[in-house]
Design a protein around this ligand. Structure first.
Ligand code: CAA
Length: 696
């Protein structure tokens, strides 16, 4: 075998088979060195008379997870992947691919360019490029429809979904399956080809039939469903060229690929991909996590039962404590209902659901937590109640148990101080519904031990959550920023914009829902309780909009009561609530405000500038480790439009100087609310960006 040091490609010859092993951990990304190694290996094996058939396989976790994402946005390096794959397709000697693990993007395109494909059990095949704002640019849009037909190729490419080994074989992506190791399977398949026992063909020579009507309908559907995203539509446009000779089709694919490569969507979507991974780099990563077998959850409400569900789904046994005995059975039923939903959506089998439910114990007694390795308290937001519980946990729990609180904004230091072991106390802020939302804010208090932080991080990994480290402040990263920019929406409401216009403008911008519709969904009583809690400490200079209080005083809490800003019908439709418009007018009259018109652009500008301002303060104060951590919080906890990459990634598109100019303009009406954050001034002064801070 020839392979020097870190060489990402190994080559060996066995019984007339030239074996090319991809060896570029962790996921055999197709970086420049690997592409060159692959191209050289195919050329050398073609020239070697001892070789009759060539086989490519991956060492480690997969054949390849595709192009090296870290090369995107940098000057391209030769050889291009598409050229290497054309070289493979044109190879005089047949080339076989063995597909195992997550074989994605360029990794699957490599397999498609080979002359036959063998899959191992558990492989996941897909072309996820559209989720990164691009399209399969190395022949995927031309070769997949040739192999499996137009409709199936459109579905797979425009959704970016993955298919398993069996489905891939049924679709015709795979020509066979094998249960041996990737290298053994490669040798066996290539030997089969050499003996004439397995047919091979050049995918590019298969004729694809393109139905223009199907293409038109697919594009129309995408425009309706995800109008903000160009990539899926361009990908379908590329597929439409698959009827042409392969060289022409590849040329058309390349032109569309390059258009997308230069688009801001691509930058935003790849930033979002990175955010999920960068956020988990905590300073405490090197500490040794404590083992976590069983976890106690306190509180059987929506949050507690959601957290219990998420733990059970990660295979972790749970003791759920609901001290109100009459609510204990309701809590069990809520968890069971959540697990059932996962079966209904085809995520798990009924057998797996039964096994998960069998790991749940429900009790009314806190003493039942004596032996658990970790506790997650999820009772309602009341400091006295929480400190009372933590005082008792201190008496009950075994030494070394991690004591977590799911508070959304209370002071974790004060909660820790209620125990004699503040080093074991940590904030674990889940987002509702906790078994669906991926974000977990890990709130590190002053005395939290590094191994307790590492334990939380390890647990987040097992639960497949996106863990973001936050310092202690009111609302931590997400709710603190939300509390600030939400006021900007209320101020615009009072100054003349309607709540429907604000919601629509922000939905058009890319948010799944505008702030008033979100308030109705979450329950207006939640914000009302917070405002009452903070009323005594609200600065006199701060503008206050009382519309939401007036709505709550009528007993209208949003969707759950059928009324809020909107009226909700049985069919989930929403209509503006005319009585809210009357309340707004009354408050305007009371405060002597003459309403003025707002353009949609101004609404977005004010809302985003307010969000970015508070986010900049959160970074400056060290509450968030890096700007990208704020982005992760908003992408995975607040439905921020993924193609914009998060509020601070978006901020770089506007630029610090332009943001300061906006704030100074708005400050003319309200100098208390609109203040320029120190970090924005520093960035404008030094010419740096939030992206630069991420690299420091
Ligand atoms: N390029 C560079 N690095 C990659 C990568 C890629 N394509 N895929 C994964 N990595 C890195 C991750 O950043 C991570 O790095 P750190 O450990 O430094 O954080 C490491 O590999 C492991 O990845 P994960 O933590 O994500 O591991 P996982 O097991 O949870 O998931 C995966 C593995 C399913 C492969 C996932 O990483 C993934 O989805 N990767 C992206 C796959 C993809 O989108 N491929 C298409 C690329 S575009 C393309 O190929 C275009 C083309 O046509 C030419």
């Amino acid at each position: 075998m020839t392979k020097a040091g870190n060489d990402p490609v190994s080559v060996s010859i066995e019984n007339g088979v030239g074996l090319i092993g991809l060896d570029n951990p962790p996921v055999n990304a197709l970086g420049a060195a690997l592409r060159k190694g692959l191209s050289d290996a195919v050329a050398a094996l073609n020239n070697d008379p001892a070789v009759r058939v060539i086989a490519v396989y991956g060492t480690g976790r997969c054949l390849s997870a595709g192009a090296d994402i870290r090369e995107f946005g940098k000057p391209p390096q030769e050889p291009r992947l598409s050229d290497v794959l054309d070289q493979i397709e044109a190879s005089a000697k047949p080339v076989i691919a063995v597909v195992h693990g997550t074989t994605l993007g360029g990794g699957l395109e490599l397999a498609l360019a080979c002359h036959a494909r063998i899959g191992l059990p558990g492989a996941q095949l897909g072309l996820p490029e559209v989720t990164l704002g691009i399209l399969p640019g190395a022949g995927g849009t031309q070769r997949l429809p040739r192999l499996i037909g137009l409709q199936e190729a459109v579905d797979i490419i425009s959704s970016g979904c993955r298919v398993g080994t069996d489905e891939a074989a049924a679709l015709g992506i795979l020509d066979g399956t094998d249960t041996r190791s990737p290298r053994e399977a490669a040798l066996a398949a290539a030997t089969g080809v050499a003996r004439g026992g397995m047919p091979t063909r050049r995918t590019g020579q298969i004729v694809a039939r393109i139905d223009p009507e199907l293409i038109r309908q697919a594009i129309e559907k995408l425009q309706r469903k995800r109008p903000a995203l160009a990539a899926p539509i361009k990908a379908v446009e590329a597929i439409a060229h698959a009827e042409k000779p392969i060289a022409e089709g590849l040329k058309a694919e390349r032109a569309l690929f390059l258009e997308l490569m230069d688009s801001p969507d691509r930058q935003g979507l790849i930033h979002a991909f990175d955010a999920e991974r960068v956020a988990r780099h905590f300073p405490e990563t090197s500490a040794t996590p404590r083992p976590v077998g069983q976890v106690g959850v306190i509180g059987g409400g929506t949050m507690g039962s959601g957290i219990a569900t998420a733990l059970l789904q990660a295979g972790i046994p749970v003791i759920l404590v609901e001290t109100a005995a009459e609510r204990a059975e309701a809590a069990r039923a809520a968890v069971a209902g959540n697990l059932d939903n996962a079966v209904r959506r085809g995520k798990v089998s009924a057998t797996a659901r039964d096994a998960q439910l069998a790991m749940l114990t429900v009790t009314a007694d806190l003493e039942g937590l004596a032996d658990v390795d970790m506790v997650i308290e999820a009772v309602y937001e009341d400091m006295a109640v929480k400190t009372g519980i933590f005082g008792r946990l201190d008496q009950i729990c075994k030494p070394g148990a991690v004591l977590g609180t799911n508070t959304s904004y209370l002071d974790v230091n004060a909660i820790a101080a209620a125990t004699s072991r503040p080093q074991d106390v940590i904030g674990l802020h889940f987002f509702s519904p906790a078994h669906v939302m991926r974000l977990l804010e890990v709130v590190v208090a002053d005395k939290t031990a590094p191994e307790v932080v590492a334990t939380a991080l390890a647990l987040a990994g097992r639960m497949k959550k996106v863990a973001v480290r936050s310092g202690v402040c009111d609302g931590f990263i997400g709710n603190r920023i939300l509390a600030h920019y939400r006021k900007a929406a209320d101020y615009m409401l009072l100054d003349g914009a309607s709540f429907q216009q604000i919601d629509r403008a922000l939905e058009d911008f890319g948010f799944a829902m505008g702030p008033f519709a979100v308030g109705d969904l979450a329950g207006l009583d939640i914000g009302w309780a917070t405002r009452k809690r903070k009323a005594a400490t609200r600065p006199a200079k701060e503008r206050y909009v009382a519309v939401a209080d007036r709505i709550c005083e009528r007993g209208w809490f949003g969707r759950k009561t059928g009324r809020g800003y909107y009226l909700y019908g049985d069919d989930k439709t929403r209509e503006p609530n005319p009585e809210v418009a009357a309340m707004i007018e009354a408050e305007r009259a009371d405060k002597g405000i003459t309403p003025r018109a707002f353009s949609d652009d101004e609404i977005v500008s004010r809302y985003m500038t307010a969000m970015i301002s508070e986010a900049a303060r959160v970074v400056k104060e060290g509450i968030a480790l890096r700007p990208i951590d704020v982005d992760a919080v908003f992408l995975f906890g607040y439905g921020f439009p993924r193609h914009l990459g998060g509020p601070l990634n978006y901020a770089d598109r506007i630029g610090a100087a332009a943001l300061i100019e906006r704030i100074e303009t708005y400050a003319a009406e309200d100098a208390y609310y609109w203040q320029v954050p120190a970090l924005l001034r520093e960035l404008a002064h030094s010419g740096r960006s939030f992206a630069d801070l991420n690299k420091e």
